[in-house]
Write a protein that binds this ligand. Structure first.
Ligand code: AFP
Length: 372
């Protein structure tokens, strides 16, 4: 007897997914529309990135041989500027936001008076990993959404200084062989792939789960001699493999686009680290808390992973500046806990007691810090 045709699950677009999330009480109508606007802007950035040399978008921004610099003191690429403009323009008039902050801009900006203002604050790194643009390797956009504090109608930088636990949404888009949007509104982490023919993000993985154990780590090994002692020891033991205390061999990957490295970890596990080193110690680390570490940490935690500075749960860091930098360890839960353990042992018994007390308090308080 001929077998019945297999029924495949119906495809769900981002729009359908968000409407369902709204019906379930996971997002407010305004947050739903805000996510749609960000996703639309990311599609435009994806088109610009995809044109590459044909679109005249490669290389550095600036005129007359003068490189244009951002607030971080880094030379801006043309695509950094294009991606920033696309996100700014798309989000200014929608009516869902009170203000915006970008890794590329000195200060946050309230929504101009000519447009209605909403209740959310949007932070973004418009094009992360931009040193990879000219060599055709994946780059991405990272974003984070906070609530505008009650009573604030014209938000300033200070109003954005909320810990990562206050995020109501976080996500990234990766512009790679396919363009993907990975999103959380505090109820799991979900991946959507851009269907270029129909122009919609389609749900391709519901509830991503990061395996707790891993044999893969991501770090820029060229910084090894500048690391702190616990990091030297931790990575030394990873490299010793099955002959060392870890008793197993580890593989290493480093794309130097955080979005691509984190995407691999969300897909198959691993640990990503940009630790403190002597070169970046004065600044507090290399990666930015508000634009990179916090949104990625929420996505990773929502997928069952862990994220830490090495000494504190990332999402509990109280920000002191919009462009603050932090050391980062995130990914497979047990591997992140192991890396933290090396720091705890190194810092001594007092730090260990403090950290245990924090861990207990977190376990009690942690369950659900997010809501629509
Ligand atoms: P760029 O956007 O300036 O390329 O920085 C990318 C990044 O912030 C992050 O995406 C990478 O993981 C990290 O820096 C790479 O840093 P190294 O070049 O020091 O390895």
């Amino acid at each position: 007897m001929p077998s019945l045709p297999q029924r495949t699950a119906p495809s769900i677009s981002l729009t359908q997914f968000l409407i369902e999330a709204q019906r379930a009480g996971h997002v407010s109508p305004d947050l739903r529309l805000l996510i749609e606007v960000v996703a639309r802007a990311c599609k435009r950035i994806s088109i610009a990135v995809g044109k590459g040399a044909l679109g005249g978008v490669l290389g550095e921004a600036g005129t007359d041989g003068e490189a244009s610099m951002n607030i971080q003191g880094e030379a801006q690429k043309k695509l950094d500027v294009i991606a920033n403009d696309v996100l700014m323009e798309a989000n200014a008039w929608g009516g869902h936001l009170a203000g915006l902050a970008s890794e590329e801009m000195d200060h946050s900006q309230p929504i101009p008076d000519v447009y209605p203002r909403g209740n959310y604050l949007l932070l973004f790194d418009p094009l992360d990993g931009s040193s990879n643009i000219d060599v055709n390797i994946s780059v991405g956009t990272i974003f984070s959404v906070l609530r505008c504090p009650d009573g604030v109608t014209t938000p300033c930088d200070e109003n954005f200084l909320q810990p990562g636990t206050a995020q109501v949404c976080a996500g990234y888009t990766t512009y790679g062989p396919s363009t993907m949007l990975v999103l959380t509104v505090g109820h799991g982490t979900h991946a959507f792939t851009l269907d270029r023919e129909i122009g919609s993000f389609m749900l391709t993985t519901r509830d991503m789960r990061i395996p707790g154990e891993t044999r893969e780590f991501a770090v820029n090994m060229s910084n090894q001699r500048f690391w702190e002692a616990p990091m030297q020891e931790y990575v030394g033991d990873l490299l010793a493999g099955s002959e060392g205390p870890r008793g197993k061999d580890f593989n290493m990957r480093w794309v130097a686009s955080m979005v691509a490295d984190v995407h691999r970890i969300l897909t198959r596990g691993g640990i990503f680290s940009y630790p403190l080193d002597r070169k970046c110690a004065a600044k507090g680390g290399k990666l930015r808390l508000m634009y990179e570490a916090n949104p990625m940490s929420l996505l990773v935690e929502q997928a069952g992973g862990a994220a830490s500075t090495g000494r504190q749960r990332m999402l509990e860091v109280q920000p002191t500046g919009l462009h603050q930098r932090v050391p980062v360890f995130l990914g497979s839960r047990r591997e992140v806990e192991t890396a933290v353990e090396y720091h705890r042992r190194h810092d001594g018994p007092e730090a260990e007691a403090r950290s245990n007390a924090n861990a207990n308090a977190n376990a009690n308080a942690n369950a659900n810090a997010i809501g629509a």
